[in-house]
Design a protein around this ligand. Structure first.
Ligand code: SAH
Length: 464
């Protein structure tokens, strides 16, 4: 993060604006909107800026900039077209420790202006750190269309009730739940529909009936195979409202980043010593946290109900009467197949697909190999890397042709994705040759040959 976004309180603070043209005017208007007192300095100042600088306690100095102009100011804007002057102002301001913004010269700035969506008191600021201001503006435009104009009214309504709710619900967590309910439910909808009185009535009612909630809940959420874009809307919403997040090795860091910033994050995957937190401890932890009244997010790679032991985790919750919900995710087979250009079924090559665990508990004997031999069937092995030599050997031994196409997809759907194709005969060699490591998915079947025509996603392939 190159810049830390902070919101600057400027009411009645003096701000120096050097420059008299259109750019200076734009900044001056924004500053005036934020309640600042302006000191505008320039030998020539356009009429509308002159008018603004003439209002209230604002000051207008029709002359060149002098170092003394910085005295007593909280913020400095250099908006002249004289580059050496802008640089000098920046240097002097920084020497004095006063925040300075030089318009269109990010290198000279100690603070920069974001693109702003103003729904006061709600304000959204978007910045690209000066690297791509147009992109920031486009994102702002998207957010503009996203946030109903009436959000400001909603925030105003909340402000009105804030102290009362705080008194009623001393626990910060209970308050968070209370307000999330307000902002996502009927009350918000009434504001958006222009029914402010109705919203106020409903909120009064809700405040009167607010009872502290003792029991938290658990969200068992599938995080998909890696690409954060593959999260569901619901997953994202719950990630942003949970108080605690329990995640394991398979969940990509870019996805964890999307969880609420101040949520507690607990890693329950394999430690360096290669021991995972035992499953029953995870189950128990979920129960304990929920009983403390927390909203607990159990984030799992892919889909929680596909080789994810999600069922075991919620069994305990169900037994203890703790509310929970399950959010499906895109499982590795779907994600990797799509990003590798390998359709799992195809009218000509495969009429069915089987998801198989490659984790061989008992050497080679514990899978129904004889059922895997039909050539019109795609096999997808999860956790199949360690047992790959046995898997290939057993498939061949049970009658699947050694020439059957097969693929290895490592870190599918992420920018590190690597795909290697071969046959049942040489797949284990490819692992050693290319140093393939977990997480890797194995796809076996005729459909693999379609990749030649259908590959579209590059990942790290180019570097291999
Ligand atoms: N619940 C998960 C699977 C957990 S089992 C899901 O639905 O996807 C773990 C196995 O999933 C790994 O050993 C690997 O075979 C596979 N896997 C998960 N994510 C993957 C990814 N991004 N790329 C390749 N394989 C992946």
């Amino acid at each position: 993060m190159d810049f830390l976004p902070l919101f600057h309180k400027l009411q009645d603070r003096l701000v120096l604006v050097v420059g008299g043209g259109e750019v200076a005017l734009r900044k001056a208007r924004l500053l005036a909107d934020a309640g600042a007192t302006l000191r505008v300095v320039a030998p020539e100042v356009r009429g509308d800026l002159r008018e603004l600088a003439g209002q209230g306690a604002n000051q207008l100095l029709l002359r060149g900039y002098q170092a003394g102009d910085m005295e007593g100011v909280a913020l400095i804007i250099a908006a002249t077209d004289d580059e050496p002057l802008n640089a000098r102002i920046s240097e002097q301001a920084q020497a004095l420790g006063i925040p300075v913004n030089v318009v269109d010269a990010p290198k000279l700035c100690s603070v920069i202006f974001p693109a702003i969506v103003d729904r006061s008191p709600l304000i959204v600021a978007v910045s690209s750190g000066g690297d791509a201001p147009v992109l920031a503006r486009l994102i702002r435009a998207k957010i503009e269309t996203w946030i109903p104009a009436t959000y400001g009214q909603l925030a105003g309504l909340a402000k009105h009730f804030r102290a009362q709710v705080k008194g009623l619900l001393p626990d910060v967590q209970q308050r968070r739940v209370f307000w999330e309910d307000v902002f996502q439910g009927q009350i918000a909808e009434s504001v958006f529909a222009g029914k402010l009185h109705e919203a106020e009535r409903l909120l009064t009612q809700k405040v009167a009936g607010a009872i502290p909630q003792a029991l938290g809940e658990v969200y068992l959420v599938g995080a998909g195979p890696g690409d954060p874009d593959l999260l569901t809307f619901r997953a994202l919403r719950l990630m942003q409202q949970a108080d605690v997040v329990l995640y394991d090795r398979l969940v990509a860091p870019a996805i964890i980043e999307l969880c609420r910033r101040d949520a507690e994050r607990i890693y329950v995957g394999k430690q360096r010593s290669a021991h995972s937190v035992p499953q029953d401890q995870i189950n128990q932890r979920l129960v304990t946290l929920a009983k403390e009244g927390k909203r607990v997010l159990r984030l799992k790679g892919g889909d929680p109900f596909i080789f994810g032991r999600g069922g075991e985790e919620i069994e305990e919750l169900a037994a203890q009467g703790i509310p929970f919900q399950v959010v499906p995710g895109i499982t590795a087979a779907s994600g990797c197949a799509a990003y590798a250009g390998i359709p799992l079924t195809h009218r000509d090559y495969a009429q069915s697909v089987r998801f198989v665990t490659g984790h061989l508990k008992d050497g080679s004997c514990d899978l129904p190999w004889a059922e895997f031999t039909a050539s019109s069937q795609t096999l997808v092995f999860y956790m199949g890397l360690v047992g790959l030599p046995v898997i290939c050997q057993q498939l061949i031994a049970h009658g699947r042709a050694a020439s059957t196409p097969a693929a290895l997809i490592q870190q599918g759907t992420t920018s590190n994705q690597r795909v290697f194709t071969g046959t049942l005969a040489n797949l284990p060699e490819l692992v050693a040759q290319h140093n393939v490591h977990a997480p890797t998915l194995v796809i076996v079947g005729e459909v693999v040959q379609l990749r030649e025509k259908l590959a579209w996603f590059e990942g790290a392939q180019a570097e291999v």
